[in-house]
Design a protein around this ligand. Structure first.
Ligand SMILES: [Fe+2]
Length: 224
């Protein structure tokens, strides 16, 4: 069993640096949103009202992203995954085929409620990645419930990402009290040895069956 996977499954958190300049991910998002990501709310209508678990992926800005992520952004996400993620594991892994996009605008939430992903049918063995394209700190990042029952921010400077267990650790957002947007992706990795298609449900946000070829892709199949 992969050491990192084992430690994450025990509830540990790990933060890694990544070479932002080696990938086009940030630049592609800036093209989609026509400028700096922290100021999206100054260029686009972000008056979404109170988001709920049923509509927090359905804003006009999410539609704009999802309509345009298919080619260039996904290619670069896979490039990043092969370079950066695969070396973290000592055995074959599955990758969430399409990352989940989050935009957390001032005065609102990015995810509607505190929850564990396990409550929505995810395997407790999943390994979560949180990768922002803006500085994500204080009220504009994910918060999780630590072992003492305290809400704790997953502070993430641009150029870093976290690996942790979102299936088993309660997490959510605060209302963003900063004057900047947070833009991020999150996605999951699963050891192939932990994959159980007989137990696969459907994801809430992506409406994908959690099987290889739909929700999951084999990371080894992404190498060209
Ligand atoms: Fe979650």
């Amino acid at each position: 069993m992969s050491n990192l996977a084992s430690l994450v499954q025990q509830g540990k958190f790990f933060r890694f640096d990544w070479a932002l300049g080696d990938y086009q991910l940030l630049g592609i998002l800036e093209q989609i949103f026509e400028g700096g990501l922290e100021e999206i709310h100054l260029r686009w209508d972000t008056n979404f009202g109170d988001l709920t678990v049923f509509n927090d992926q359905l804003t006009d800005l999410h539609a704009r992203y999802y309509a345009r992520q298919e080619d260039a952004f996904l290619d670069e996400y896979y490039h990043f995954a092969v370079d950066v993620l695969e070396p973290l594991f000592e055995e074959p892994v599955l990758l969430q085929a399409r990352p989940t996009f989050r935009i957390h605008v001032p005065g609102n939430l990015a995810v509607a409620e505190f929850h564990k992903d396990e409550d929505y049918g995810h395997s407790p063995k999943e390994i979560n990645f949180f990768l922002p394209f803006t500085d994500a700190t204080d009220t504009c990042t994910i918060w999780y419930l630590n072992g003492d029952g305290q809400h704790t921010p997953l502070n993430t400077p641009l150029g870093q990402f976290w690996v942790w267990s979102g299936s088993t650790i309660p997490h959510g957002n605060k209302s963003n009290m900063t004057n900047k947007c947070r833009v991020s992706i999150d996605f999951r990795v699963l050891l192939e040895s932990d994959y159980d298609p007989s137990n696969a449900g459907q994801s809430v946000t992506m409406r994908k069956n959690m099987v290889i070829g739909d929700y999951w892709v084999r990371l080894s199949d992404l190498k060209t």
